[in-house]
Design a protein around this ligand. Sequence first.
Ligand code: RIB
Ligand code: CA
Length: 314
Amino acid sequence: MKLILDLDTGIDDALALAYALALPQVELIGVGGCFGNVTRDRSVQNNLDLLALFGAPEVPVCPGADHPWGADGYRPGDFKYRVHGENGIGNVLLPAAGGRACETPAARFLVEAARRWGGELAVVATGPLTDLADAIRLDRAAMASVGAISVMGGALTVPGNRTPFAEANICDDPAAAKYVFESGLPVTMVGLDVTLQTKIVGADLARWRQVESPAAAALVGMSEYYYTNESETGEIGGAIHDPLALEAALCPGAFSVLPINLTVETEGPGRGRTIGDPALLGRPEKTTRVCVGVGAAAFVAKFCGAIADWLGRD
Ligand code: RIB
Ligand code: CA
């Protein structure tokens, strides 16, 4: 499967990047870096540094959106720094990559790849949906031809993690998310309903710790920061939100899903809430598959095992 990841890198975004590289059936053809957990420029640089560290510096990194629709700037809030550290990757310091980001904006890259690869391409967005929305706005038909679109974001059956109603990625750009979910394109939503079922703790990293390499040390360092800081209540355990969105693109049959036509509230106390579109309740065709269940322990084991095997290779 050819894959584009659009990331707001972010520790669990970094884990999704590692997971993509670890899986032999995935050909990572490009990575977008957008605002979200960090600024757009930090996200791009994190992607460049991580790809160099992971031995894949040839994968193009495209600059994505640096602010939400309807805003003229963006600054990550304290919530982001608590969960992901000052630099987005748990304050782990990586050597600066020699390479540079490509000139093509992420949305344009998505459209060009969709035109070229159509159904062979999967797109996984794990930050605000701004780049995906921009791509659909640029060429809806091309984006409709993509084989799978999976997004980490939203909370349908559980409370939000940013507000009582809203999950962070959707909350960062509700207008773009609304545009994506109302576009009529088939989208798989991997939200808190399912991602909060898949958490890592220290014991899950045992095999990563046995590998002596800079990549292993960085992944262990980031993950330790993450599982210690993700919960607001001090509970230990980090939800591997973003790798699960990749899993949904790869193995859709592994999830129980609720088909629904979604919208997003863009104002008021429910700003950023993903909810069934009342205007489309009677429509038999449902365009979003909301993941609500997965074999959580099996996925955590698969994810940690795939990365351990990959780290252990020469
Ligand atoms: O709510 C979790 C999501 O917000 C994850 O994608 C995390 O990386 C942040 O972007
Ligand atoms: Ca993310």
